[in-house]
Ligand binder design. Structure first.
Ligand code: IDP
Ligand code: MG
Length: 166
């Protein structure tokens, strides 16, 4: 199985609803390694760059407002990087279909997402969809020094810097 890394963003709708812990608990079911995490209040420029492939979509402005927290009391995003075998597909499966109304109820989006009457998809999280997108997105949201190296079997479960001191 291919070793991969994937970007997850717990979106402002979930942060505002205090769902962060529940979403993290679900993500842990994938048995992947968490190699990066930070809370970010997202700028318009970062949101536009993240979703640039969707800039022609009719919902693009609402999408940017959502990611920036404008629709959820200024709530931030929790950005995470998970690494491990088939990490991208594993996280996408746990996330469920894009539209919460179509997502299996046992998935994160199916359980916690909703479509608002104003047409905003409050779908709880972003998850990279393939290797290329994951590489671009991880580089966009994290500096290399903000990520710990994925653990290889037999290595102690601490960061590289701590390993050197040991
Ligand atoms: P994904 O998040 O499952 O990868 P994408 O098609 O990449 O889905 O869309 C990115 C985001 O754009 C979705 O997570 C959702 O927030 C928003 N979005 C996608 N389709 C629609 C739509 O038809 N209406 C409103 N928002 C949408
Ligand atoms: Mg996508």
């Amino acid at each position: 199985m291919a070793e991969q890394a994937t970007l997850v963003l717990i979106k402002p709708d979930a942060v505002q609803k205090r769902l962060t812990g529940l979403v993290l608990a679900r993500l842990e079911d994938a048995q992947l390694q968490l190699i990066g995490a930070k809370v970010i209040r997202v700028s318009r420029a970062l949101a536009e760059e993240h979703y640039k492939a969707l800039r022609e979509k009719p919902f693009f402005q609402e999408l940017l407002q959502h990611l920036c927290g404008d629709l959820h009391g200024g709530a931030p995003v929790l950005a995470l990087v998970y690494a491990g075998p088939e990490a991208i597909l594993k996280v996408r499966k746990l996330a469920g279909a894009t539209n919460p109304d179509h997502a299996d109820p046992t998935t994160i989006r199916g359980a916690f997402g909703r479509n608002t009457l104003e047409g905003v998809m409050e779908n709880v999280l972003h998850a990279s969809s393939d290797d290329r997108e994951a590489a671009r997105e991880i580089a966009l949201w994290f500096r290399p020094e903000e990520l710990i190296e994925p653990l290889r079997s037999g290595r102690p479960a601490v960061s590289t810097a701590q390993n050197k001191e040991a």
